[in-house]
Design a protein around this ligand. Structure first.
Ligand code: G1P
Length: 293
């Protein structure tokens, strides 16, 4: 059995950085080439062994969960036209993973959002994965390495990136100790969005968490932190203080931030350049466009 069956994806935000589009379309459905970011994240969770995805959503964002429901009429129309490849694309998300929703009706922070999914857990969920849909971690597979670390050390395991110091205050930052394995570190403290001079290291949380179920109890005991919000980081810091083992797997690959238009565009261009139909022409156009700028 895999280290976790349930993956939680907090997706209740207003998507203000994508207004006015997000008046009508949730940010999680914006296409990276032709596939919504939420499907990329759901695929990653399923590949790591999750069988259930709990999307934490807010009233009015039903389209995110709707995306994972089958559309038999569309499938029939495409089939009748012989569009087999398109039928496969349309079926991909509904066949990927069982999707449930949890409602977060007040924007009280990431910690609060994760806590909203507790009612979706079963007695079998000893640990849960949390994937922030703004973060694409590439290549995928880090959750599997995190599950291996949980097997070795117990407790909770997070994904860390080594981030330039001048950008560190956008993140949850780890105070770490070596374990003898360069890619796995023990976490002795964690702080949300510190000033660069107060940051305990340059290792930052990058949107992938494998959390022992104990986190739900800690989430009930935290008070508003950075930005006046209930922070997941503070619940993890509380667990660390209480002796719960927390480790990070340092991911040395790539990462895209889909949470703002500039980061989203980089991800879209990166994926499009790899796409057999669009890549070659886009590459040529980009070279020409940049050569002329
Ligand atoms: C959240 C977390 C932060 C983490 C970051 C990763 O912050 O609170 O600890 O480092 O995601 O992207 P947000 O980006 O939602 O402000």
């Amino acid at each position: 059995m895999s280290a976790f069956q349930t993956a939680i994806v907090p997706a209740a935000g207003l998507g203000t950085r994508f207004l006015p589009t997000t008046k009508a379309v949730p940010k999680e459905l914006l296409p990276v080439v032709d596939t919504p970011g939420i499907e990329l994240v759901a695929t990653e969770a399923a590949q790591a062994g999750a069988t259930k995805l709990v999307i934490v959503t807010s009233p009015g964002k039903d389209a995110v969960a709707e995306y994972f429901r089958p559309q038999p009429e569309l499938e029939q129309t495409l089939e009748a036209r012989g569009k087999t490849e398109l039928v496969e694309k349309v079926r991909r998300a509904p066949n990927l993973i069982k999707v449930e929703t949890a409602i977060q009706d007040k924007a009280l922070g990431l910690g609060h959002a994760v806590g909203c999914a507790e009612g979706n857990l079963t007695g079998d969920d000893e640990a849960v994965a949390v994937l922030l849909p703004d973060d694409l971690v590439l290549p995928t597979g880090v959750l599997t390495r995190m599950a291996e670390a949980r097997e070795r050390f117990g407790g909770s395991v997070l994904c860390a990136f080594d981030i330039p110091k001048d950008q560190i205050s956008a993140y949850g930052v780890f105070d770490v100790r070596d374990t003898g394995d360069d890619d796995v570190k023990r976490v002795v403290g964690m702080v949300e969005k510190p000033k660069p001079e107060d940051a305990p290291s340059t290792f930052a949380a990058a949107g992938r968490y494998l959390l022992d179920r104990a986190v739900f109890d800690a989430l009930k005991r935290i008070t508003p932190g950075a930005g006046g919000e209930l922070q997941l980081t503070d619940a993890i810091a509380l667990l660390i203080n209480e002796g719960h083992p927390v480790h990070v797997v340092v991911h040395r690959g790539g990462r895209h931030d889909l949470g703002n238009p500039a980061g989203f565009l980089k991800a879209a261009v990166d994926f499009a350049l790899e796409h057999p139909d669009y890549g070659p022409e886009l590459g040529e156009w980009l070279r020409e466009r940049l050569g002329n700028s």
